[in-house]
Design a protein around this ligand. Structure first.
Ligand code: GRF
Length: 206
């Protein structure tokens, strides 16, 4: 499966996909990595792995829609079949979601539907978890639909919140689970094991 990856930051989720393609665990090929932020270290990770990695400057475009039309163009030019949002902090346009319907996977650092949607991204998610005082949090991998963090859930796994946890310690614990779940979900997708039926994801047993 030809994969396109959208990033905005450090790219540790991207790195876990790169590593698991290289070791043969994921039957896929990353054709293009696009970042909306020039200084995203994920671009370096892509280049070091010999993958075409580009910074697409949002300021060159007049609207979010036009920016997304360019994303569609770049991905389609490389026959991308699956888009992975790996720490990507912009919202996708309706056109892009329709164009790649059922073929966009996102990783979110909480147990959706808790601590997600508008305003809950990056460290704000973990701050919300600590502020609320929940005893468990975790990570969710899901297909992207027209909402924010609302698409069919593929995999989830919990992380226990300890009394002495801080945003940083919690982020580290959750990030490890994100890497594990994202790799597993992409592997299943590439094996053709993920079925979406009435907004629910069924995992075909091998
Ligand atoms: C992390 O906060 C992660 O929870 C979220 O995006 C952020 C950056 O991840 N998915 P990465 O290291 O850039 O993959």
């Amino acid at each position: 499966v030809k994969i396109g990856v959208l990033i905005s930051g450090g790219g540790t989720n991207l790195q876990s996909i790169i590593d698991n393609i290289k070791n043969g665990n994921i039957d896929g090929e990353i054709k293009l990595i696009i970042s909306n932020r020039k200084e995203a270290y994920g671009l370096t990770r892509g280049k070091d792995a010999g993958i075409e990695s580009i910074y697409l400057d949002r300021k060159l475009f007049n609207s979010e829609e036009e920016y997304n039309l360019e994303l569609i163009k770049e991905f389609k030019a490389r026959n991308v079949e699956l888009i992975i949002l790996a720490g990507y902090l912009r919202v996708l346009s309706k056109e892009l979601i329709e164009e790649f319907n059922g073929r966009i996977i996102n990783i979110h650092p909480s147990l959706i539907p808790s601590f997600c949607g508008k305003g809950y991204y990056g460290e704000k998610v973990h701050q919300g978890v600590l502020d609320y005082g929940v005893k468990i949090t975790g990570a969710t991998v899901h297909f992207v639909d027209e909402g924010t963090d609302t698409g069919p859930i593929i995999l989830q796994e919990i992380v226990y919140v300890d009394s002495e946890d801080t945003v940083d310690t919690l982020k580290e614990k959750v990030l490890k689970i994100e890497h594990k779940l994202l790799v597993q979900a992409v592997k299943l997708y590439c094996e053709g094991s993920l079925i979406i039926e009435r907004r629910k994801v069924i995992i075909k047993q091998r």
